[in-house]
Design a protein around this ligand. Sequence first.
Ligand SMILES: [Mg+2]
Length: 277
Amino acid sequence: MYIRKNAPSAGALPLRPLCALLAGVLCAALLAGCASAKLSYNRDLVMAIAWQQNSGEYAALCHQAFNAGRVYVESLTPPSGEKRAVVFDIDETVLDNSPYAAWQVVTGSPWSDETWEAWCNAAQADAVPGALEFTRFLTSRGIDVFYVSNRPVSVLKTTADNLERLGFPNADPDHVFLQQTTSDKQPRLDKITAEGYAIVMLVGDNLDDFDSALRKENNAERLGWVTDKSGAFGASRIMLPNPVYGTFESAMASNYYGLTPGEKASARLEAIRPWRH
Ligand SMILES: [Mg+2]
């Protein structure tokens, strides 16, 4: 039997298709590796985002927080002639930014000023469960709603647009104070007080929303502050759940935001206390 030179033997794949197949497998492996690397970059966020976006428990905690706020407000005796205000943080307090965090995960992108501003300018955030109803309840009781956030002032208009589209009251520059020069919220709170308001409640998802000095403290100090103020929570201080981000993360190590992703992962791992037996 004549056998053509270089012809494949019985049962073997032709050489050229075999090379193409191997190349395809290699490319697929590389792409999978890239996707895996991208995913692993923010992998610590996955469970937290899934919980925020899917669990009834997250929504229940938000409603619980705002229900406590209603009870507290109704317990107050309005002083005659005094203007009253409740000050809200914005992100993860009245607006749900979990789609931005999920985008970080699926694209392997770190947080950045540019992409965060793009998300803010898209004005696509939904309301945190119960937030809209609580703000409307406050205005129905004659209490003015203010928003003090460390979003950059460059996104003031689109942030107000986002709040207004969702139906939040006072979505205007006279009531929305974003970050201009400092992340310290106290000067902006002082401005509200200087306008004659008594601030009867602060609402946030980060201890820094209640005391700006805490933004420079470590977690042990922050926990100590909470213990000292425990009676205020569910009353004049309303805390919303946010497992995805916050100062608690950067408070795990000094110069946290200057660390590499690997060093941040190590800091997080060192922060957990395992069962020892
Ligand atoms: Mg916030």
